[in-house]
Write a protein of this length. Structure first.
Lengths: 372, 305
């Protein structure tokens, strides 16, 4: 025990003397949580619209003002030449062209039917998709208004009409940040848990101190525990900072118990610490450790359900998320923060995480040989 | 019983296609309380040998014991009893001098106070800097601190891998004096160095080259085994002189040694003949004199054969 105490004392001393690590622990979470949720947003705004108006009628002007007043579109170009509008798209000055044919208003009045054309720049797939959808729904709305004006409806609707209204549970206003902040917090905890640990151990290899430690009669488990405990503590600490920021800055108060989050995080950190240990056994310099960590982090985040929904992934990716610890924690975070789940609700997550922790740690200890 | 016994140690690196043999069956004994030097150039296999003896590396063949314990089976017992100072400074650079020493004392389950008298002579020299971080010390200071850390648990055998490499001449001299002092206390010391001039400071030395031992003897014994006539020569144009001398029949070897070139010749030649030969070749300020061989001459000779 005395040895372990001294090992821990030494580790903490080193951590607090290293300005780079301190910055990582204190400043990184603050910056990431302050900036990322504002910028990383699914909603597409400021879609630049080019309108080709060949009609110049009351109807076309009504349509244009309806589109531009929605707040999603910026009228970038207005003319009656399709060619000019396409040039705008080619110069990347416009994202979407709406062409109104010359007989638009005549058709509406006479034929009860008129067509419009949308040309969308699909280089940015998300923008194209959403922009098209927004515009379509605005035009539909416009369509309904006109029909109301022209057609005298009978008392009962002659066609069958199903109307859907939706209500969003757990995040009624679909506040994007409620959904994103807990996820970013998971990434932070993972960085501290897995990557700082691996870099710390590899650093001992790199500067040769591990050699000096290895000739001492110190036990393997003492050394490993001495490395893991400080980062376990720091990981929980960062989680605490993050939850505080979430509350103060974004007003995100977990519906569930904060203790539930910490309880799961304690287990989760065991798993990622094992991962850090594992990375350190397979690398011999900090550079290698960073590159490997970076690679793993990308995979974990992109296949972890932070940005994209796991349910819409192909089967193989879904299978991977089953062994991706990050995806479990993101899910648990959202469950507890938004839905108020308790320990009993996340029991399967806990069990799986315990399993992952056992596998990663035993693998790491197995491959960490004190003797070369 | 000898403190260190190495018996036919073999170490290879690499796999199948690209095998590099670092040690080709090295055997030697070091007696208790002896100051034993392993002398050889870079890449001779010194560090591999040290790493095997300090239980950091498994040998691919042969066996070795330290204090009677096998380096493979009884590594735990060996680690309690030996001190190791690697060639590269490997203490915690971000901990202070005092913290480093305290840390190593603790992981050996002892305290600085317990063995203070052993390290006192060395520690007093670095004590004024005890609150400085180890990374900020000068090269000589770092070596002293590393030696203190290797000694803090009072080891009976001390392994020093190139302790004087990259250290200035004054610190080197001081360092060897410290080793003498430790030897008086009965500590067995195995030290490696690429500097031939340090060989004479050891009780016995092993000259190693390319993973094999060429000779084991006391420094005097090694020098005595050098039987050929040896001259030191100097002229105003040293490089040309060496080329000219190597063309002369009867000259076996000619290499730079300080400000002179050492010339190994067959018994038939003498100083006067060399002198006149060089003058005939147009050299000026010619000086040729017989000289007593040193370890380096022996090493060059052994390497050639």
């Amino acid at each position: 025990m005395r040895t372990l105490k001294f090992l821990l004392q030494k580790e903490f001393r080193q951590v607090f003397r290293d300005p780079a690590i301190l910055r990582m622990i204190f400043i990184m979470p603050v910056i990431q949580l302050m900036i990322l949720p504002w910028a990383a947003d699914y909603e597409v705004k400021n879609i630049r619209l080019a309108v080709v108006d060949n009609n110049h009628s009351d109807y076309s002007r009504q349509l244009i003002s309806k589109v531009t007043s929605s707040g999603y579109f910026q009228l970038q170009h207005y003319s009656s030449s399709m060619q000019q509008a396409m040039q705008e798209i080619e110069a990347d000055k416009a994202d979407l062209v709406l062409e109104i044919p010359a007989h638009f208003s005549k058709d509406i009045v006479k034929e009860d039917e008129a067509s419009l054309m949308m040309s969308i720049n699909a280089i940015n797939g998300v923008k194209a998709n959403l922009g098209g959808a927004y515009l379509r729904s605005i035009i539909q709305d416009f369509n309904r208004e006109i029909r109301l004006r022209w057609i005298q409806f009978p008392r009962f609707n002659p066609e069958l009409n199903i109307e859907t209204t939706s209500s969003n549970w757990f995040n009624p206003h679909l506040n994007y940040r409620y959904f994103m902040v807990p996820g970013i917090l998971v990434v932070l905890v993972t960085m501290v848990g897995a990557f700082l640990t691996s870099m710390n151990i590899v650093r001992e290899k790199e500067i040769g101190t591990i050699e000096q430690i290895n000739v001492t009669p110190i036990h393997k488990y003492h050394f490993i525990l001495g490395k893991l405990i400080p980062f376990w503590v720091l990981g929980l600490f960062v989680l605490g900072i993050g939850l505080t920021i979430a509350r103060l800055v974004y007003g995100i108060v977990p519906v569930g118990n904060v203790a539930t989050i910490f309880c799961f995080a304690a287990l989760y950190l065991l798993a990622v610490l094992g991962l850090g240990l594992l990375i350190s056994t397979y690398t011999s310099s900090q550079q290698q450790a960073i590159l490997l960590s970076f690679f793993l982090m990308m995979v974990f985040i992109l296949l972890g359900g932070l940005y994209t929904s796991i349910d819409s992934m192909p089967a193989w990716a879904k299978a991977f998320t089953k062994i991706n610890p990050v995806s479990y924690f993101i899910e648990v975070m959202r469950m507890v923060v938004l839905k108020g789940s308790g320990l009993w609700d996340i029991r399967y997550h806990m069990l799986t995480m315990a399993g992952i922790a056992v596998v990663l740690n035993s693998w790491a200890i197995f491959s960490y040989r004190k003797r070369a | 019983m000898s403190a260190i016994i190495a018996n036919n140690l073999v170490k290879t690196y690499g796999k199948k296609k690209d095998v590099m043999t670092a040690l080709h069956g090295i055997s030697f004994n070091v007696e208790k309380g002896e100051l034993f030097g392993i002398i050889g150039p870079d890449g001779a296999g010194k560090t591999s040998l040290f790493r095997i003896l300090t239980t950091l590396l498994l040998p691919d063949g042969g066996n070795a014991t330290v204090n009677g314990y096998d380096v493979v089976k009884d590594y735990r017992a060996i680690r309690q009893q030996v001190g190791y100072m690697p060639g590269r400074f490997s203490l915690y650079q971000d901990l202070t001098v005092a913290e480093n020493l305290e840390f190593f004392a603790t992981i050996f389950n002892t305290s600085i106070a317990e063995h203070y008298d052993l390290v006192r002579d060395i520690y007093v020299q670095i004590e004024p800097f005890k609150d400085r971080r180890a990374g900020k010390l000068s090269g000589g200071m770092k070596q002293k601190l590393a030696l203190c850390c290797a000694l803090i648990h009072e080891p009976s055998v001390l392994f020093l891998d190139e302790p004087t490499t990259g250290v200035d001449a004054v610190s080197r001299k001081e360092f060897w004096e410290m080793l003498r002092g430790l030897k008086e206390r009965g500590i067995t010391i195995l030290v490696s160095t690429p500097y031939m001039d340090e060989a004479s400071l050891c009780d016995r030395v092993a000259l190693i080259q390319n993973g094999g031992i060429m000779s084991i003897n006391s420094p005097e014994g090694i020098i005595a085994s050098f039987q050929k006539p040896l001259f030191a020569a100097r002229t105003s144009r040293m490089l040309n002189m060496q080329q000219d001398l190597l063309q002369l029949e009867g000259v076996e070897e000619c290499y730079l040694c300080g400000e002179y070139s050492h010339v190994v010749v067959k018994p038939a030649l003498d100083a006067a003949q060399l002198d006149s030969y060089l003058r005939n070749k147009g050299h000026e300020a010619v000086e040729v004199k017989p000289v007593a061989p040193n370890i380096e001459d022996c090493f060059m000779d052994l390497m050639k054969n």
